[in-house]
Design a protein around this ligand. Structure first.
Ligand code: PMV
Length: 335
């Protein structure tokens, strides 16, 4: 792992003009995303440079709306879903640390207002859409006019998966190889898949005991299975790219499930072990496998948490709604 060769500020400063002029206010939206080939492990923890490329699907209008305006004092105010956040909370501190990369020495107090449209019942992480929306809002607020690839690279410094939330639809994040990470950016694939559905199953809304940053670092440092992960991810990406081009649902969804289970295998083999599953998670997995045995085209993926995301097509929707009463259905290519 390359540690802190360059700081975020050093990289970003190369691309910012010496003086920035702030507008009165700016707003932006970014969708949340779910990885079909997961980003798991970093080669640079400061810049969030990954050890493998990844591929995701953005969740249409479900994501984060962020507004930036002047607070007309030197005090920063961070709101999340209409609630002012404690200045010592990790949410406030993370948002302000990111904003400071752009505000630099300017003494202007800001109000950063974020509203998530991800259903609260869904149990989805919002850091990807949150940092992408914040990056887009900063771009507008300071009139930076950054190219999409720069927006993706800078959003990545907030949270790795935010690099993908700059785009809608299927998104490929190329791991890149440069030290400054400016080639570690995402791009959109041009395939649309209107029949595709994602079903969120929340088995717990409790705060996860180990966040993904800590989980990734522990896995790369201690799991003997991890050394196989980058090669599997690279092979899965090729399979997924082809399956998406051909809209081959079984090939795409089977590869996504296998990829998620393999990532979880690396977590389970970390020390101390990282088991994000709850008994209820396993019960849903087993039900999915039974349904598949009986001919229903349904697969799942999971991130660093106990909740499941079912993958299926419109033709199976009615049946799955009766099977899983708590299913929250997303149509990623819906509007
Ligand atoms: O972007 P982060 O630091 O929240 O990490 C995301 C990690 C996974 O959700 C497990 C996988 C992914 O590619 O989104």
């Amino acid at each position: 792992m390359i540690e802190n060769c360059l700081s975020k500020a050093q990289v970003i400063n190369r691309y910012l003009p010496a003086t920035l002029t702030a507008k009165e206010h700016a707003t932006a939206f970014a969708p949340s995303n779910i990885a079909l080939c997961k980003y798991w492990g970093k080669r640079d923890t400061e810049l969030n440079l990954p050890t493998n490329s990844s591929l995701s699907i953005s969740l249409g209008h479900l994501g984060s709306h962020t507004q930036i305006s002047h607070s007309h004092s030197n005090i920063d105010i961070v709101r999340l879903n209409n609630k002012v956040q404690d200045p010592q909370s990790s949410f406030h501190l993370k948002v302000i640390a990111f904003v400071n990369l752009f505000r630099r020495s300017q003494t202007i107090g800001l109000i950063i207002d974020t509203r998530n449209t991800i259903p609260t019942a869904a149990g989805l992480a919002s850091s990807a859409s949150g940092f992408a929306a914040l990056m887009l809002a900063l771009d507008d607020f300071f009139d930076l006019q950054l190219a999409d690839q720069q927006l993706s690279a800078f959003a990545r410094m907030g949270s790795g998966s935010a690099s993908r939330s700059i785009y809608s639809g299927f998104v490929h994040w190329e791991m890149g190889e440069q030290l400054d990470g400016m080639d570690s950016v995402a791009h959109q694939l041009d395939t649309q898949w209107p029949n595709l559905r994602i079903g969120l199953i929340k088995v717990s809304s409790a705060q996860k005991p180990v966040d993904s940053r800590t989980g990734m670092d522990r896995t790369t440092a201690t799991s003997n299975l991890y050394q196989n992960w980058p090669a599997q991810a690279a092979a899965d990406l090729i399979t997924l790219d082809n399956a998406i081009k051909q809209r081959d649902f079984h090939a795409m969804a089977a590869c996504a499930e296998h990829n998620a289970m393999s990532m979880h295998a690396t977590m389970i083999s970390a020390w101390p072990p990282l088991v994000y599953w709850l008994p209820e998670s396993l019960a849903v997995m087993q039900r999915v496998w039974q349904l598949r045995e009986s001919g229903v085209a349904v697969y799942f993926t999971m991130d660093a948490g106990p909740n499941l995301k079912l993958l299926f097509e419109q033709s199976s929707q009615a049946l799955l709604e009766t099977e899983f009463s708590q299913l929250d259905i997303i149509v990623p290519f819906g509007d």
